[in-house]
Design a protein around this ligand. Structure first.
Ligand code: NCD
Length: 306
């Protein structure tokens, strides 16, 4: 059974196909309105989420399918002590495909090992978040028309930000990618991501604490929230939470065609004054997330039927 736990579960060719299907959905939405008629998606979200869960659910509705939803750990048998493995086995009896978010790294993998239907990882702790990466990639594709030869800056919580880890893994497979890692010392990109993605693919990268100085070289700036829920103490969070705030004056030296992305939710990393700037792409990114999740659900259900 084909599941998507990590962005690397999809080849670059498959990502290209998902982008092509997303573009077709955007162009001809009516022709997908019955594509998943009679199918059920279960969204098992054991960690807070608005966007990702609603995005999956909206995606399934727009494909003509139905949705079964668990929106918190407290409201499910997880609160009674049921294992992820058992939950996955049980939900497979009700649904044709599962999207799961969990606070524990590896939870979606365990679910996939035990489910008899495809499982999509909708975020596992600080590990990875492949469908956010698909949304990010579709956005970069639509804005830039390519994945090659881009200088991409990642700013904020690069340690706990699972969307950062997944996007770096994905981009490391393209040619001419350069990465600028902008974070406070305590929130630097984990060495396992450097060793697993940047180094083996020969991706040049630099690390800096200075956002303003890094901006002029960037084609894409990926801002992130400091991940409060993953800190061991509140004091560290309070000290680091406002490390970076993108304001119009920091953009003075930026390229005219810079694309500013953020997986959202935004706390205050990007001033609302930037929302009207044509370089701000984070709300388009939300919409792109729904389209590419439609494409992924279609692909996995088709493969499961074959
Ligand atoms: C991200 C996540 O859950 O990791 N949000 C999302 O899925 N859009 C980023 C975040 O929570 O900061």
């Amino acid at each position: 059974m084909r599941s998507v736990i990590d962005i690397l579960d999809l080849t670059p060719a498959e990502i290209g196909e998902l982008i092509a299907v997303s573009e077709d959905i955007i162009a001809r939405p009516a022709s997908y309105a019955d594509a998943c008629r009679g199918k059920k998606l279960a969204t098992l979200f054991f960690e807070p989420s608005t966007r990702t869960r609603l995005s999956f659910e909206a995606a399934m509705y727009e494909l003509g399918g139905n949705v079964l939803s668990v929106s918190s750990a407290d409201a499910s048998s997880a609160a009674k002590g049921e294992s992820v493995a058992d939950t996955a086995r049980v939900v497979s009896c009700y649904a044709d495909i599962i999207a799961m978010r969990h606070a524990k790294e590896g939870a979606a993998y365990v679910a996939a090992q035990n489910a008899t239907v495809p499982v999509i990882n909708a975020g596992d702790g600080g590990h990875c978040h492949p469908t956010q990466t698909l949304a990010d990639l579709l956005t970069i594709w639509r804005e830039k028309g390519r994945f090659d030869d881009l200088t991409v800056g990642f700013c904020g919580d690069l340690k706990f930000g699972r969307t950062v880890h997944s996007l770096i893994n994905a981009l490391s497979r393209y040619k001419g990618i350069r990465v600028v890692l902008i974070s406070p010392e305590e929130l630097k990109l984990p060495s396992y991501v450097k060793a697993g993605a940047l180094k083996p693919n020969g991706i040049p990268y630099e690390q800096t604490e200075d956002l303003e100085a890094a901006i002029p070289a960037l084609d894409v700036l990926y801002m992130t929230r400091v991940q409060r829920e993953r800190f061991f103490n509140e004091e560290d969070y309070l000290r680091l939470k406002d490390s970076y705030i993108l304001t119009p004056d920091k953009l003075r030296g930026a390229k005219a065609d810079l694309s500013i992305l953020h997986p959202l939710p935004r706390v205050n990393e990007i001033s609302v004054k930037i929302d009207a700037d044509p370089r701000a792409c984070y709300f388009k990114q939300v919409l792109n997330g729904k389209y590419i999740r439609m494409a992924l659900i279609l692909k996995l259900l088709k493969e499961a039927q074959a």
